[in-house]
Design a binder for this molecule. Structure first.
Ligand code: NAP
Length: 523
């Protein structure tokens, strides 16, 4: 019977794991090697892997919140790292999570105990301020993140180490653009980091080149009518279309939509598969401050030779925005081998051949939506599996399922799959009969994490209202200026308003009361 759970890491996955353990009556102990919560999202000047200073989230607040704790309505839809960290602090405080975290504590090893096949227990060795301790845990949740190590493929770039005289760095070392002033900079890789960094550096550099092997779709955070794109696109209605319409038609529609903003072929970005969120990259390309190039063939003393035979001279700095790899050095080798890739984990969570399902890896997923929301539903399921309330299928079926893992997983598909395991997937048809107003929002509106709190274990009474007020929360931080909008007025108002304006201007000229329209609110 699982009771004591070790949680490794106090980033967003670690925090939500503590909360889920508490919800299921388990005893969590979280080990965090730094002195604070927030993981990657806690910006620090140097010394650890974290976001860069200017980073802005690329999922909106309604889509990325924890399912029973919406962001405050006045928070912006997309936010910088300090706002997100503030939210994590509010969450930790609200659910009293901090007392379960051992800060400045590094996990050295996680090993099966000799009687693991019967108990499923683990020996966890930690170090705090030079003091090494060992403790027995019934289960382990690995929440140390999958951006643990920079991927720096120097071997793929002949000359970078021994010929090139400029400076090179990996994007994890990038904090801001200060040291790039007036330089000619080459950014390698066009993931979200590469796109953001190229744009930011282009404001101060003499020239930025952005090299990509395979191109990418670039989408804006802003969708139709200025709403966040993920609130508009990540809906059950769209998901149904994706599932039922022929894939060639869906692909054609998607390409048409993506190319409406700008033609990716004209901008040298025609992609094979990936997609990034960036509001400014097309404008930088259009104005020539960022020039898109193919992959680099080799580096000379001060130049880069590209695969199309072109050469860019006088390159001062190269930024490898080539992504990250994950590693779990603390896991014993046999277990580590089963976690070597997300594709070897059952539903991207459980290493399949363990005799007892008492170890889970959280957040190791590539979703087409919020990873935070995905991690939370994982943690809800994992803690129920630990508790014995949900069962995993037999080992042979686990292995067969693992073989089916896909590279990028559909957000709603994955959320619903794990939610079904927990018993919290909303029954939309039933909802149409019982509560049509809510059902309409659940089906046609954004598939927010709160949808998984409407029914079943962990049901939250605030979920319905949170869903029905989501558009209000999206608009609230935008309407920071009161004004008078003619187009929204009805006919009597249109007739009366010229009279109103004449009267107020006469009042103004005669130094009477301040114009009333200062207090009118856009409705
Ligand atoms: P990434 O998404 O893994 O992208 C790495 C890029 O490097 C890819 O374009 C890849 O090209 C390229 N690359 C990798 N190996 C290469 C090689 N040997 N030669 C040339 N190019 C190579 O990494 P990332 O952009 O650092 O992002 C990491 C994670 O953080 C992602 O999940 C991302 O969404 C997230 N992130 C979020 C934000 C935000 O919220 N605003 C900002 C930054 C990052 P190919 O496509 O050709 O393989």
């Amino acid at each position: 019977m699982v009771q004591r759970v070790a949680i490794i890491g106090a980033g967003s996955s670690g925090l939500v794991s503590i909360k889920c353990c508490l919800d299921e009556g388990l005893e969590p102990t979280c080990f965090e090697q730094s002195h604070d919560i927030g993981g990657l999202w806690r910006f620090t000047e140097a010394g650890r892997i974290c976001v860069y200073r200017s980073v802005i989230t690329n999922t909106s607040k309604e889509m990325m919140c924890f399912s029973d704790f919406p962001f405050p309505e006045d928070f912006p839809n997309y936010m910088n790292h300090s706002r997100l960290l503030e939210y994590f602090r509010m969450y930790a405080k609200h659910f009293s999570l901090l007392s379960y975290i051992h800060f400045k504590t590094t996990v050295h090893s996680v090993r099966k105990r000799p009687d693991f096949s019967t108990t499923g227990q683990w020996d966890v060795v930690t170090e705090t301020d030079g003091t090494v301790e060992s403790a027995v845990f019934d289960a382990v949740m690995v929440c140390s993140g999958h951006y643990a190590e920079p991927h720096l493929p120097l071997d793929s770039f002949p000359g970078i180490e021994n010929r090139f005289r400029g400076q090179y760095l990996h994007s994890w070392e990038y904090k801001d653009s200060a040291s790039f002033q007036g330089k000619r900079v080459l950014v390698l890789g066009v993931g979200n980091s590469g796109g953001d960094i190229a744009v930011e550096i282009s404001r101060v550099a003499a020239q930025v080149f952005l090299s990509t092997r395979s191109g990418t779709w670039v989408i804006s955070r802003i969708s139709d009518h200025g709403f966040p794109f993920d609130m508009m696109l990540t809906t059950r209605f769209h998901n149904c279309l994706e599932n039922f319409l022929p894939s060639a038609l869906m692909r054609w529609l998607r390409l048409k939509k993506f190319n409406t903003w700008f033609d990716h072929a004209n901008y040298g970005l025609i992609p094979q598969k990936s997609l990034i969120v960036n509001d400014e990259l097309p404008s930088c390309i259009l104005s020539g401050t960022v020039v898109v190039k193919p992959n680099v063939e080799e580096f000379m003393e001060s130049s880069a030779v590209f695969e199309d035979g072109t050469v860019e001279e006088n390159i001062d700095m190269v930024v490898f925005a080539t992504g990250y790899t994950f590693s779990f050095p603390f896991l014993e080798e046999s277990v580590r081998n089963n976690c070597r890739s997300k594709y070897t984990l059952y539903k991207y969570i459980f290493p399949p051949p363990l005799e007892k399902p008492t170890l889970a890896v959280l957040g190791l997923i590539a979703l087409t939506g919020s990873i935070m929301a995905g991690t939370e539903v994982q943690a809800r399921w994992v803690t129920r599996v630990f508790k014995g309330l949900n069962q995993l299928p037999p080992a042979s079926r686990l292995m067969a399922e693992v073989a089916k893992n896909k590279i990028k997983t559909s957000y709603i598909g994955y959320m619903d799959e794990i939610a079904s395991c927990v018993g919290v997937k909303p029954n939309v048809l039933l909802l149409f009969l019982k509560d049509p107003k809510l059902a309409l929002e659940v089906f046609f509106g954004p598939c927010t994490p709160c949808q998984y709190r409407l029914a079943g274990p962990g049901k939250w009474v605030g979920a319905r209202n949170t869903i029905l007020t989501q558009w209000h929360r999206a608009v609230k931080p935008l309407r920071t200026r009161k004004f008078f909008l003619m187009s929204n007025l009805n006919l009597p108002c249109c007739i009366l308003s010229p009279l109103f304006l004449v009267l107020t201007s006469v009042a103004k000229e005669n130094n009477l009361s301040p114009p009333l329209y200062d207090n009118l609110v856009h409705t």
